[in-house]
Ligand binder design. Structure first.
Ligand code: B12
Length: 421
């Protein structure tokens, strides 16, 4: 028997004899469902509604044990609208909308609009871009979503090409010099789906490499990467128990950590709630194809307390240093000291600096599901073509929240830095 055949056989046997992950009961219990209901309330009744719904919200509602039929219907209609204007969707956006339609038992819509073919074409353009420029048109997180949707929806793809694309040599998985746990986790889900359909030795070793990288990002406080990547990392580890030892990860500790963060308002953005909820339910995106299609009437108790709001602004003022740096061309380094009310977010500091000197500190943003995304500072636009972005830092540390969420502290050294990704 050839090595590849032997490995396939081992994979096959492992899959059938150990179908459950070692922490099978690692999910929120009945008592903790109130916390999950508050996450659902955040998604259903957001503080600041965004014009387009993110499909991950519908996916999370569909994977949750509690349900709100009315909200699901509203979100489904919005997802269908997203699809109608599909010419402007990136590959990952299309893939995510398709996954949401699948979770909502709308395979006929996927079929009628020939979405699988459309995604195959968009995915091919990503691959072509990698072949010509070394980078995808979007990023590897989106490529992971593409492969996951193509695999779950029986699209056409080549396992060996996917194996090469998601190999340690080829994959651009570092953002700002750090391993992107979110990207690794989505890739593991995608590769696991492919490997279950067509066991492949190289895909198996890619999964092994990624799982190892994810586990290396386990922190003292039981998060993996940071608190916003932990839910997706949990999903990846749920589906790959045969790739690590039981002692390598204490799932219950991670679950407890995430549950404890809910009342503190860590997941107050609907998209943050949507990305973490499936794992807390012990579910993964690989479960999307077997969500029950029976109508389950029910309404979530909307009096469920929502997580805390961010710190309220007080009358006290604090003072911070704000700097604009172009780390690529090394030709800009402007700084100022500004005073803002205590409890202000990063964006407030940028606004105060802009008011002081528009030429030096003028900036532009665009609204996204994660809040305001800084697109331009000092007249310099970030460019996906050149793979540049305005990175946010505080005291030399790259932030894990955006300009609209990160609350600054007195004496902080804040920076926006033109960086490469
Ligand atoms: C790829 C990526 C990026 C790329 C996006 C550009 C590109 N064309 O690829 C780059 C490297 C530029 C980037 C930048 C940042 N990112 Co980012 N990013 C991601 C990642 C891994 C995937 C996003 C994606 O493709 N989604 C799928 C597609 C289909 O959805 P989409 O809505 O079209 O995605 C777009 C938005 O998500 C947007 N975007 C990406 N990151 C961020 C961050 C913020 C704050 C905003 C407002 C928008 C935004 O760009 C995406 C592509 O166009 C996510 C991980 C995740 N779990 O979502 C983190 C993530 C969204 N990013 C995050 C952060 C913190 C940032 C930065 C603030 C980091 C920093 N210190 O500067 C900056 C944004 C600064 C700014 N200018 O405002 C956090 C957000 C957490 C939070 N609570 O706010 C996440 C969840 C990662 C994490 N676990 O920490 N990011």
């Amino acid at each position: 028997m050839r090595v590849s055949q032997r490995l396939s056989l081992v994979g096959f046997l492992l899959f059938f004899f150990f179908p459950a992950h070692p922490c099978e009961i690692c999910e929120a219990d009945d008592e903790q469902q109130a916390s999950l209901a508050s996450l659902m309330a955040t998604m259903i009744e957001p503080e600041q509604p965004f014009p387009e719904v993110d499909p991950s919200i519908l996916i999370a509602l569909k994977l949750a044990r509690q349900n709100d039929e009315k909200a699901e219907k509203t979100f489904l209609n919005q997802v269908k609208q997203n699809i109608m204007q599909r010419e402007i969707l990136t590959s990952g956006q299309l893939a995510l909308n398709m996954l949401a339609l699948t979770a909502a038992c709308q395979k006929d819509v996927v079929h009628d609009y020939k979405l699988v073919k459309k995604l195959e074409e968009k995915f091919q353009k990503e691959v072509d871009s990698i072949d010509t420029s070394g980078h995808p048109l979007t990023n590897y997180y989106e490529l992971g979503l593409d492969v996951l949707a193509l695999c779950l929806l029986n699209g056409t793809y080549s396992s060996s090409k996917i194996a090469k694309l998601f190999s340690a040599e080829q994959m651009k998985i570092y953002i700002g010099g750090r391993f992107s746990v979110d990207t690794g986790a989505i890739s593991v889900l995608a590769l696991t789906c492919v490997n279950r359909q067509n066991p492949d030795e190289m895909i198996g070793s890619n999964i092994l490499w990624l799982v190892d990288k994810i586990l290396k990002e386990k922190k003292q406080d039981d998060t993996i990467g940071n608190i916003y990547s932990t839910g997706e990392a949990m999903q990846a580890l749920f589906v790959t128990p045969e790739y690590y030892e039981e002692g390598d990860w204490d799932c219950k500790k991670t679950l407890k950590k995430v549950l404890n963060q809910i009342p503190q308002g860590t997941f107050r953005l609907p998209i943050a709630a949507a990305q973490v909820l499936p794992a807390l339910e012990g579910k993964t995106y690989l479960d999307l194809t077997h969500v029950s299609c029976q109508s389950l009437p029910g309404h979530l108790n909307t009096s469920t307390p929502k997580p805390a709001e961010p710190t309220h602004q007080s009358n006290e003022t604090i003072s911070v240093t704000y700097r604009v740096v172009d780390s690529i061309n090394n030709n800009i380094n402007e700084s100022t000291i500004v005073s803002v009310p205590e409890g202000s977010v990063f964006l407030k500091v940028m606004e105060a600096a802009q008011t002081e000197n528009k030429a030096k500190f003028g900036f532009k943003i665009k609204q996204t599901q994660w809040g305001p995304y800084v697109t331009s500072v000092h007249g310099i636009e970030a460019s996906s073509k050149n793979r540049t972005y305005w990175e946010l830092l505080s005291n030399g540390q790259s932030l894990t929240e955006g300009a609209g969420s990160f609350v600054v502290s007195d004496g902080d050294n804040l920076e926006v830095r033109l960086s490469k990704y």
